[in-house]
Design a protein around this ligand. Structure first.
Ligand SMILES: [Zn+2]
Length: 121
């Protein structure tokens, strides 16, 4: 399991395992926040945040909310707006220790146009 926490500690998560890769996305939101996403099912990620601890940013087709810590501003995760526990969500591995993420492959995802990874799997 891998732990992540925002800078002030108000939002934290536990990811079930070392991910095979982290995703760097170039969509209009991600290219500004610069997160490294790791994906898993909602049911597999333990997220700890008090009610109102995050700000949810919803844009575009309104299928998901990008969450940031209300206090320190770190982008922590995104989650779908339907509350389906089998759906995927993502947490930002920049909330994890540098040594933890140092050896995980980073893949570039073209969220701006083609919605495909720009490398070969
Ligand atoms: Zn925080």
């Amino acid at each position: 399991m891998i732990e992540g926490t925002c800078h002030c500690g108000a939002v934290s998560f536990t990811f079930p395992k070392r991910p095979d890769w982290l995703t760097s996305c170039n969509c209009s939101v991600c290219r500004r926040y610069n997160p490294l996403w790791a994906y898993a099912k909602v049911s597999e990620i333990s997220l700890r945040a008090a009610e109102g601890a995050t700000i949810a940013y919803i844009h575009g087709d309104k299928t998901l909310a990008m969450h940031s810590c209300q206090t320190c501003g770190c982008t922590t995760h995104w989650i779908g707006l339907d509350s389906d526990k089998s759906a995927k969500m993502a947490v930002n591995f920049r909330m994890c220790s540098a040594s933890e993420i140092a050896n995980i492959r980073v893949r570039n995802f073209d969220g701006a146009e083609t919605w495909e990874y720009l490398d070969q799997e």
